[in-house]
Design a binder for this molecule. Sequence first.
Ligand SMILES: [Zn+2]
Ligand SMILES: [Zn+2]
Length: 142
Amino acid sequence: MLERAMGLFEAKGMKLTDLRRRVLTEIAASHQALGAYEILDRLSTKGPRLAPISVYRAIDALHAAGLVHRLESRNAFFACHSHHEPDRDQVFLACEKCGRVAEIQGEQVFAALNALVAKAHFQLRRSVTEMTGTCAACQSRT
Ligand SMILES: [Zn+2]
Ligand SMILES: [Zn+2]
C-alpha cells in the first residue's frame, strides 16, 4: 500500500510526507469510510493534536493522487484497493450495516449516463455514482 502510494506521488511530482503517510495508514486501516474529524481523532490518540487544516490538506493530496476515494453522500474517505487507473470511473457500494465501502468498475454505467446527459444538452463536469445496500458478508450473517 505505502509502496504504491510513493509511486503514485512520485508520478505526480508530489511528496508522500510523514503526515500524508500517517493519514493514509489511518484510512487504509479502517474498513469503513472515515470523515476528516474521525481521522483527526484517531491520529490524536497516537500523538500530539494536529491542526484540522493540515489533516484536510493531507486528505486532499491523497485524494488527488487517487489513493483514497471520497464517499460524497457521507463526506467520508476510504482507501482505494483496486489498483485501477486514477481517472477510471468507479461505482461505490456502501454497506448500510457494517459501513464497508467497496468499488467496482463502472465504465459501462458512466458511458450510458454520459449519453443520456449529452442528449439533454447538459455539459457534464463530474459524475459520482454511489449505491447503498448490504454487502455479501452482512447478507450471510443474517
Ligand atoms: Zn479505487
Ligand atoms: Zn456489510
